[in-house]
Design a protein around this ligand. Structure first.
Ligand code: ATP
Length: 363
């Protein structure tokens, strides 16, 4: 689903890279279906998310998404078109994975040298929390408005288990392997419940450290000492806000990949929106799209027990890192001159040159 604005601009080179990286392996192939959804689709057909597109998405092994929504194309009630939110709710994609990994070679956002190798992951619950109220908010007599935050045991348990398993995987890769529950349990009953369920599930993962923090302190520490974080897990609205802060630590939205993962389906898309202000100018940074595709390969590898697919993911990440290290790339978004095509070419060249090194073959 390429979507709107810069979505297709970052999707086209991404598919080319995916084909190139998969071509290095004999063990598997990817087959792509391209389906319409989003604001342009709504403008052209009156339907933002055709049933056939949803059906194809459901039948696919994974969903790769560019960006959807345009501020000038809205539903009659004024709300924006966001089929990506429908996907999260309808497919039960409760675990929003937002890695915050600084690519070596990019200008530092924070002055402290420890921030040059930031590598933590924010897991944002993506189907309930304050977003449970989406489309259901109330305004009484134009004097009082209400939206209700919902935390369920069922989704929270699966969310926390996901975060603990992710920390286990990171620990096996030599990273810290600890999970911090981010909440506001000192004020709200719903968050006190969220934290209680967190520690119940933590007991099932004794090898992984379990910690907690308030969301306000976490915002402070994401700037003050983010190198202390490993896996953060939080509610939908808090995660929405903190993940943009995470993208800022990487230099911009075009550097921030993401995945929305459920028990049966998963969507992989850059954190950014359709960025209509730069669409059609060749300025869109496709890095987040490429890294989201790498997350897709890694997830497919895990789900299908296909080590070659995990290796393809590692190769793609290595190619991105190499392009930034050796190619002196600086995206327009970060104040440089590298446009979509420059970044794609540098990563494609790096991929050509990247063979299965010990790093990619190990494990
Ligand atoms: P949404 O609400 O759909 O998430 P948004 O309003 O938060 O979207 P984005 O589309 O994410 O906005 O863009 C925010 C800003 O970041 C814009 O000024 C845009 O130019 C810039 N931006 C976003 N993505 C990229 C990218 N891939 N490359 C370069 N600049 C980008």
């Amino acid at each position: 689903m390429a979507g709107d604005g810069i979505g297709p601009e970052v999707m086209v080179p991404c598919l080319e890279l995916l084909n190139a990286v998969v071509g290095k392996f004999d063990e598997f192939r990817l087959a792509f279906d391209s389906v319409p959804a989003g604001a342009t689709c709504y403008q052209e057909t009156g339907d933002a998310f055709p049933q056939a597109s949803m059906q194809t998405a459901k039948e696919s092994d994974a969903i790769l998404l560019g960006a959807m929504g345009l501020p000038d194309i809205r539903y009659p009630d004024g709300t924006e078109i966001a089929p990506q939110l429908n996907l999260r709710f309808d497919l039960g994609l409760y675990a929003g994975v937002r890695p915050v990994r600084v690519i070596p070679g990019l200008p530092p956002v924070l002055a402290d040298p420890r921030a040059a190798s930031l590598d933590f992951v924010l897991v944002r619950e993506s189907t309930e929390g304050l977003f449970a109220s989406r489309g259901k908010g109330e305004i009484d007599r134009d004097s009082e408005a209400r939206d209700t935050l919902v935390i369920t045991r069922d989704v929270s348990e699966r969310l926390f288990d996901f975060a603990f398993r992710l920390a286990e995987k990171r620990k096996a890769q030599g990273k810290a392997g600890r999970v911090t529950c981010v909440d506001k349990s000192n004020v709200f009953t719903s968050f006190a419940f969220f934290r209680r369920v967190f520690y119940e599930r933590a007991a099932l993962f004794p090898e992984v450290g379990a910690y907690d923090a308030y969301v306000d302190a976490t915002a402070l520490n994401m700037v003050r000492q983010p190198w202390l974080f490993d896996v953060l897990v939080t509610e939908n609205m808090f995660g929405d806000i903190l993940s943009d802060l995470g993208a800022a630590l990487l230099g911009g939205m075009g550097m921030a990949p993401s995945a929305d993962i459920g028990d049966e389906h998963a969507v992989f898309q850059p954190c950014h929106g359709s960025a209509p202000d730069i669409a059609g100018q060749g300025k869109a940074n496709p890095t987040a799209m490429f890294l989201s595709a790498a997350m897709m390969l890694d997830w497919l590898g895990d789900v299908h027990c296909l080590r070659a697919c995990n290796q393809a993911s590692e190769l793609l990440v290595m190619a991105v890192d190499t392009a930034y290290r050796e190619g002196a790339l600086l995206p327009v978004e970060l104040g440089g001159r590298s446009g979509t095509q420059d970044i794609f070419s540098a990563v494609a060249t790096a991929l050509d040159d990247t063979e299965l090194t010990a790093a990619a073959q190990g494990g």
